[in-house]
Write a protein of this length. Sequence first.
Length: 196
Amino acid sequence: MAAEDASLLVLASASPRRSALLTQIGVRHRVVPARLEEQRRGGEPIADCVRRLAVEKARQVHALYPERPVLAADTAVVVDDLMLGKPRDRAEALGMLARLSAREHEVISAVALVYAGRTSSKLSHSRVRFRRLGRAECEAYWASGEPADKAGAYAIQGLGAVFIEALQGSYSGVMGLPLFETGLLLAAAGVPVWQA
């Protein structure tokens, strides 16, 4: 990498949505996905789990790029004190959508930055309300392919937007990278935004 790229951020995520959100706010970055078993520990509060996973991802990739600031994130959809991750299959996705139908759920997103021997992290909490969903439309939504790799089996920025009756909180946080909190971490580390 060229010397002028010394402050180039590394995004420890394979998510194209997180990369697009960083690009949206003008943050120059390269993508190096973390390889991490994303498991909640027994008795671990969900917010703690989400924060821990974001920090672990950032630290793992920072070990490969110790001279660069490394950003990572993790997101959980929470309903009935259950953490809904990415569905394993069609049946699990349809079950998640049925559980979210006609009610409110919480989306917790954590963002972590590791740089110059320091680790910083922030949490974003949002409330999302779904309208009532019919079985046939949930099946059609699964067939679109969109829910397969999304926490809670939906994407607010995609076809799943038609399910959302109300949102209180961070739209970008529900997408998977809360930009307000991200901006605070980047500013504290001297990582510029709004770059061409």
